[in-house]
Design a protein around this ligand. Structure first.
Ligand code: FAD
Length: 376
């Protein structure tokens, strides 16, 4: 079994293969020199200095030995070899496979006229950004998505003068909507961030510019693509014996009855694990409501859902006075929830949505109604 990509998905595929009893050879090829690590820290604790580099790896090196996984790191796969069943590395070496899993993740989306700006995806870029923040100079950020907002929060806390340029009317508008986006805009401004929304063009600052405008999947020729490698609920691609997992995929979700592309750490791990099991002959489909978190100042924002369009929102608690949550409803049913310092609501709502339990908008809005009652 050959896994291409040493991120959280690739790591979990290897673990899933062993968990399902596969006892043959597993090789994990990763372009980064580091063993798989926890990327979400790169825009949070790693920049703040609360999470040192030693705490980034997903597991100690000896665990790969115990799992019998050969790590080939610092090597880029340049050809998947779908016909001849052998991947080719940039060095020219080849590794034969019986089954292949692509877990190459995503890359930061680049803006053509801002090629030389800083983009944040991998450790060396985070190191550069950390150095820049530690010098406490001015920092311009293009994009008020999660990464832009998290870096703005860290840099402000560290004493930088931060300006954020966002094309939409509110930060995080597409995922969280205007209510929560507007609330978070107020939070950033109250902390001193110069947040400029609805900007038509970005003034070109000389240095100290971070561009955080989303990501693009690192896809590959020869497979069915649709904004990601299209896979089913077992991670199977359109090519025989070729699987894919994590950010790079657009996977069929039995829960949402459609293909979804998810770019979250937990999904990369859990879907990856399920795909590894399926590669070893497992028969359990992956079907879960995706979940992620974001830390900004003293706020922990959690979201469960697939980012699908909604018709109405229902607020549980007082918008602007954490803990509170916003539910996103389609045809009267909650399809997503976002909570601010409201972990319990998000966890219960995620179960509700996963089990497709019905709960009225009134009950969702009523903080005295225990959501666990709807789960019974
Ligand atoms: C700064 C930052 C903050 C984030 N914060 C959060 C958060 O708070 N919560 C959350 O849920 N998610 C967060 N995410 C998203 C989360 O990290 C991703 O969803 C997750 O890392 C995806 O895992 P993956 O293994 O699919 O891909 P990746 O983590 O992108 O890993 C893919 C790996 O494959 C390697 N690779 C690519 N091409 C090749 C090739 N041809 N040959 C060999 N190797 C290759 C890459 O170098 C990389 O190491 C964050 C992401 C970033 C960048």
């Amino acid at each position: 079994m050959v896994i291409v990509g040493g991120g959280p998905a690739g790591d979990a595929v290897a673990a899933g293969l062993r968990d399902a009893g596969f006892d043959g050879e597993i090789t994990l090829v990763g372009a980064e020199p580091n063993p798989p690590y926890e990327r979400p820290h790169l825009s949070k604790g790693y920049l703040l200095g609360t999470v040192p580099g030693e705490r980034l790896p997903l597991r100690p090196a000896e665990q790969y030995r115990d799992l019998g996984v050969e790590l080939v790191l610092g090597q880029r796969v340049v050809e998947l070899g779908l016909e001849r069943r052998a991947v080719e590395l940039a060095s020219g070496a080849t590794i034969a496979w019986d089954r292949l899993c692509i877990a190459t993740g995503s890359d930061a989306r680049r803006l053509p006229d801002l090629e030389d700006a800083l983009y944040l995806r991998e450790l060396p870029q985070a190191e550069r950004l950390r150095g820049l923040i530690e010098r406490r100079g001015p920092l311009d950020i293009v994009g008020a998505g999660f990464i832009g907002c998290e870096v703005a929060a860290v840099a402000t806390q560290k004493g930088c003068t931060v300006t954020v340029h966002e094309a939409l009317e509110e930060p995080l508008l597409r995922v969280l909507g205007a209510e929560l986006g507007g609330y978070l805009a107020g939070v950033h401004r109250a902390h001193g961030v110069d947040l400029r929304t609805s900007v038509a063009s970005i003034p070109r600052p000389a240095d100290n510019l971070l561009v955080a405008v989303g990501s693009v999947p690192r896809t590959h020729r020869g497979l069915r693509l649709d904004g990601g490698i299209v896979v089913d609920e077992f991670g199977r691609t359109s090519a025989p014996d070729v699987f894919a997992a994590g950010d790079v995929t657009k996977h069929f979700s039995p829960l949402y009855e459609t293909h979804i592309r998810v770019e979250h750490f937990q999904t990369a791990q859990r879907q990856g694990f399920a795909v590894g099991r399926a590669m070893a002959g497992g028969t359990s489909p992956y079907s879960e409501a995706p979940w992620f978190w974001s830390d900004q100042y003293d706020l922990n924002v959690q979201y469960a859902g697939a980012g699908l369009p909604w018709e109405e929102t229902v607020v549980r608690g007082d918008l602007g006075a954490p803990p509170f949550s916003v539910f996103y409803l389609q045809s009267g049913r909650p399809i997503a929830v976002a909570g601010v310092n409201d972990h319990h609501t998000v966890a219960r709502a995620r179960r509700l949505m996963g089990e497709r339990k019905s709960v009225s908008a009134q009950q969702l809005a009523d903080r005295t109604f225990d959501l666990r009652r709807a789960l019974a």
